[in-house]
Design a protein around this ligand. Structure first.
Ligand SMILES: CC(C)(COP(=O)(O)OP(=O)(O)OC[C@H]1O[C@@H](n2cnc3c(N)ncnc32)[C@H](O)[C@@H]1OP(=O)(O)O)[C@@H](O)C(=O)NCCC(=O)NCCS
Length: 350
């Protein structure tokens, strides 16, 4: 990542200044404690995943004048096809309500403007919905992003009705050309993230594993992909998403496959920085660790697929919003997301 040390600040007044982060090490010093304190159940490895595929200059940090430690951050995530996502909008609790959020917001919008981003979305918490509405964002009428969870599978076994049919084969994602994953996602969501689904980004992480249900292995084209999913480590245990699928049977099949992998051994093999769970016994992990997913209610089958495999509502939704109400076609009324998107990748980047 380029150094931004010498560039002029994106914003500056007598008390604060905003500049781009100089890299993941600097960003993580503030981002990871924020994630842990907010209980947002992210993973240590998520930050590079969020940032490295984006065409924007990276995370924006706000500093008190003379201070070395940032007190808030935000990022304009810019995808390959001029769509974008409002990401990682957090200000330290002690500094909230003083206009820092607004200053960060304006600097982020400037990044979008410079990058020529045409469609901008976000997944907002309920508390900030009014704030985003004042800034021109309109909630999708199709549905919310529902946080769902369940205990680890832990040898309990899964329902045996997860077969997708004789013509389908389950393969690890390494066997699927990664550009096909990006193409499949683009088709279903209208968002193109060619540089996210790559060996250099997501698949270099030690904790990322994925599976695809395909008509033939290796798949020759995007039409050969029936479903796919990914698991990652997060604070509470394991995160599953996205789940993209042709139909509910295929969705259930890849979800069950991922759930079987998210076991105690997986958690123990991949400790996260400064996490209490690192010292837990296997028994405690078995009892307390969870799987989490962000399930899209705009697909009428999505919640049922998860519920049938023992998942339940975690008690909160993200509100999917689009600037001026302009969503990609695939995520508009009648778009392919309504039947193909079961769980999103991550509310932080859509
Ligand atoms: C969201 C967040 C980053 C805002 O940061 P902040 O520094 O408090 O923001 P500001 O002081 O600039 O206020 C932001 C807006 O909320 C309004 N606001 C601030 N405090 C408020 C309060 N107590 N009641 C009502 N409105 C308030 C401001 O008027 C401002 O609106 P404007 O931009 O239209 O003028 C901060 O609240 C936060 O970190 N929350 C926890 C993390 C989170 O939920 N992030 C959003 C995820 S979607």
């Amino acid at each position: 990542m380029a150094s931004h040390q010498n560039e002029p600040p994106a914003f500056s007044d007598e008390e604060y200044h905003i500049r781009h982060s100089n890299g993941h090490d600097e960003s993580r010093q503030i981002w990871w404690p924020f994630m842990q304190n907010l209980g947002w159940n992210r993973g240590w490895y998520d930050l590079p995943t969020y940032m490295d595929h984006s065409k924007s200059p990276g995370m924006l940090l706000i500093f008190p004048k003379g201070g070395q430690k940032p007190v808030g951050h935000i990022a304009a995530t810019v995808n390959s096809n001029s769509t974008g996502w409002v990401s990682l909008f957090v200000v330290d609790e002690a500094y909230r309500g003083k206009g820092l959020g607004r200053a960060l917001w304006e600097a982020m919008m400037e990044n979008f403007h410079t990058c020529g981003t045409k469609i901008i979305g976000l997944d907002g918490v309920l508390e900030q919905k009014g704030n985003y509405e004042r800034k021109g964002f309109v909630e999708s009428t199709l549905g919310t992003v529902k946080i769902m969870s369940r205990p680890l599978v832990c040898n309990k076994g899964l329902p045996n009705n997860v077969q997708a049919g004789p013509k389908a084969e389950m393969v690890i994602l390494d066997q699927v050309p990664h550009d096909l994953l990006a193409e499949h996602e683009l088709r279903l969501t209208g968002v193109q993230r060619t540089e996210l689904w790559t060996e250099e980004n997501l698949f270099r992480r030690p904790d990322a594993q994925g599976w695809a249900l395909v008509r033939r292995a290796p798949p020759q084209g995007v039409d050969d992909i029936l479903a796919w999913t990914v698991i990652r480590r997060c604070s509470g245990g394991a995160r599953i998403g996205p789940v993209y699928a042709d139909n509910a049977v295929c969705a259930r099949s890849v979800l069950a496959q991922a759930m079987n992998a998210a076991d105690v051994d997986y958690i123990k093999a991949l400790p996260l920085e400064n996490e209490p769970m690192n010292t837990w016994s296997s028994e405690r992990i078995r009892q307390k660790a969870t799987m989490i997913a962000e399930v899209w209610t705009g697909n009428p089958n999505a919640v049922t697929v998860f519920e049938e495999l023992g998942w339940s509502y975690g008690g909160a939704d993200y509100h999917r919003m689009w600037l001026k109400g302009t969503a990609p076609k695939a995520q508009s009324e009648g778009g392919l997301a309504q039947r193909g998107m079961y769980a999103i990748f991550d509310a932080a980047i859509g």
